[in-house]
Design a protein around this ligand. Sequence first.
Ligand code: F0G
Length: 465
Amino acid sequence: MMGTKFHTIIEPFRIKTVEPIRQTTEAERRVALETAHNNVFLLKARDVIIDLLTDSGTGAMSVYQWAGMMKGDESYAGARSFDVFEKSVKDITGFSHVIPTHQGRAAEHILFHTLVKPGDIVPNNTHFDTTRANVEDMGGIPLDLPIHEGRRAESVHPFKGNMDVAKLEQVLEEKGERIPLVMLTVTNNSEGGQPVSLANVREVSALCRRYEVPLFIDACRFAENAWLNKTRDHSLSHRTARSIAQEMFSLADGCTMSAKKDGMSNIGGFLAMNNGTIASQCRARLVLTEGFPTYGGLAGYDLEAIAVGLNEALDEDYLRYRIRSIEYLSERLLACGVPLVTPAGGHALYLDARRMLPHIPQKEFPAWALSLVLYLEGGIRAAEIGSVMFGRRPDGSERPAELELVRLAFPRRMYTQSHVDYVAEVVQYVNSMASRIRGVRIVEAPPVLRHFTAHMAPAHGALVA
Ligand code: F0G
C-alpha cells in the first residue's frame, strides 16, 4: 500500500522480462494497411507499435503465475492443479460447483445449452457479442436492458453499466415463464466498460429471487467492477475490492467467466454455480465439448496460472494503477477536446467518432476510418465498435449502429505511463486533423461477424485529404 505523502501512482511491478516493440515508419504502415485490406484485424502484430485491440488474453503474467505453471499437474483426472484452481474460484465466488472451460464463450455455450430452449428470453444489462450469439444459437432471444444513461456517450452517471430494474420487473411479470435465467455483465463491456453498482446487483438479485429465476453474472471483469464500486460509491469506500466482489457473487446463483480478463491469464475460463442438478448436466456437456471435469479444455498449468491470477486481479495497488492509467488517458484527451465516452471504462477508453468526424456519414463508417488513421499515424491498433460491427441486419440490409466508437482496450500490466503518454499524443494529433479524414467503404465482407475479415477501401480516393 502506498503512503499518502506522494501523489504519483506508479506501475506496481518491476519488469523482469521484456518483449521488444518494433518501431515502424508511416511509409511502412501505409504498406501494411494496404496489405491488410484496410482492416486492422488483418495486420501482423509485429507491425503494430501499441496494440489496444483487446484486453483479452493479452496481459503480462506475474512471476508467481509462471512459478505456478511449473507446478502444473497434467494428470488427466483428479489433478492437484484442479484443486488449487477450484479453491481459488470458490474463495472468491462462493459457488459450490466449479467447471473449468477453455475460455468464456465455452462456459456460455455449455450454460445456455443446458438452460435455454427455443423461444426463451434471456435478459442481460447488455449481452457481449459471444453471449448474444450463444443465446441465439439455442433459439433464445437475448434482451438488453441497460439503463437509459448507458446508451448515451456523454451522459454522466457513476454506474452506467447498470440494468434497468423497472424494465426487468416488467418482463419477469409478463414473460417470467419463458425466462430460464437473467444475466448481469460486469463491467458492461458493450456499453463502454462501465461498472454495475453493487446496489443494482442487490435489486436485480431480489427481483430474480422473487420470480424464482436464477441470476448468473458474466464476471469477466469482476475485479475492475469491484474497484469502481469502492471508488465511486462512498458507502463502500471502507470495504476491500475482494469483499465487494464476494458480496456480488453471493447475490447470484452462478457465473460465467473468461479468465483472459480478470483471471490475468492468456487463456481459460470457467462456469460456476450452486445448483448441483444443473451443474451435472453442464459437466455432461463439458465432457463432450471441452474435456474431463477436472481440466475442461485447459492444461494443468493454465489452471495454476488462473488460480494465482484471480487473486492478483483483486490486489488493490494493481487495481488503483489499472483504473487510474485509463482515467489518466481520458483526462488528457478531454483536456484537449477529444470526444470520448465518459466516464472512462474499467478496461478501455472509447473514442466517439461521430462527434470527432461529424462530416463522415454513418454509411461511410466514421469509426472504422478513425481506427485506420490511428494506425497510420501512430501505429496504434484499436477496434471499431460501430456500423461495420453492428450495421448489417440478418436480411442483408444496412442499419447504422447506435454509436460509432473506437475502443482503446488496455492489456493488463503490459504498458507503462510513457506508452499511455504516446497514445495521448497520437490521439490528440489525429483529432487535430479530423476534418481531413475521409470515409471508407466495404469492398467485400462475409455476412456474419464481418468486421474480423472485411476488406475495406477509402470511399473517396484517399483516407486523409
Ligand atoms: N463476456 C464479456 C463481457 C466479454 O468481454 C468477453 C470477451 C466474453 C464474455 C467472452 O470471453 O473471449 O474468453 O470467450 N471479450 C473480449 C473483448 C473478446 O475483446 O472484449 P472469451
